[in-house]
Design a protein around this ligand. Structure first.
Ligand code: AP5
Length: 214
């Protein structure tokens, strides 16, 4: 199965993506996580991406498409994969279709996580992330067992630089302008399923599994 997760920043794409990866035994590929690892490693790609990410702007399509084409071609993607954060522009969606065509594959479902802007701002303000294993917590509703420490690997949790309120507002603006139009494209191709992103994570997961298994 090839599944794309869409939704505004903080909608819960990463949270649901990790659940679904466990459920279906396929990798969750987060363009944001790959970029953050490149930034942390101070690679050429990371240095190119950092200034865009810190401001909440999109990294140029050419960089992202090459990075994702490389990831999707890896052996572990053969049984299928879940995309979180890619594609994010109409051009990226076109490039994804081309790269899948070359591999003789196509997208099976696109899942849109629908949620209000007020809710995402609250969620993002409470998010804490592990820079080592990418686990995600929330001080309001999903805190780690020990304050500030990752349950999974024991690393210190951080607040992402792009999670400040002004940057989140910019990310939402960019999402509405550049990413939302993709939803219509996939809807026209009858690939789109929409789920309510407001309930608790386990409720959303059940709704998603019902939608995908229908
Ligand atoms: P990226 O990392 O993709 O950020 P995003 O799309 O803005 O999404 P988030 O990671 O903020 O949120 P999410 O939907 O995964 O929510 P989460 O599950 O964490 O991208 C970052 C940057 O990288 C971009 O701004 C751009 O610069 C660059 N980039 C990445 N991809 C790119 C691309 N394709 N093209 C160009 N540039 C690109 O949940 C959020 C919080 O809410 C967490 O604390 C979580 O615990 C909590 N939560 C989740 N679900 C629930 C729930 N149901 N109830 C209560 N709390 C919940």
């Amino acid at each position: 199965m090839i599944l794309i997760l869409l939704g505004p920043p903080g909608a819960g794409k990463g949270t649901q993506g990790r659940f679904l990866a466990d459920e279906y035994g396929i990798p969750e590929i987060s363009s944001g996580d790959i970029l953050r690892a490149e930034v942390a490693g101070n690679t050429k790609l990371g240095r190119q991406a950092k200034s865009y990410m810190d401001k909440g702007e999109l990294v140029p399509d050419g960089i992202i498409v090459a990075m994702m084409a490389d990831r999707i071609s890896k052996e572990d993607c053969k049984p299928g994969f879940i995309l979180d954060g890619f594609p994010r522009t109409i051009d990226q969606a076109g490039a994804l279709a081309d790269m899948l065509k070359e591999l003789g594959r196509s997208v099976d479902f696109v899942l849109n996580i629908d949620i209000s802007e007020e809710r995402v701002i609250k969620r993002i303000s409470g998010r804490r992330s592990c820079p080592n294993c990418s686990s995600v917590y929330n001080v309001h509703c999903n805190p780690p067992k020990k304050d500030g420490i990752c349950d999974n690997c024991g690393n210190e949790l951080i607040q992402r630089i792009d999670d400040s309120e002004s940057t989140v507002l910019n990310r939402l603006k960019i999402y509405n302008k550049q990413t939302k139009p993709i939803i219509d494209c996939y809807d026209k191709r009858s690939l789109l399923r929409t789920v309510d992103g407001e309930p608790k994570p386990d409720v959303i997961l059940d709704d998603i599994l019902n939608l995908l298994n229908r």
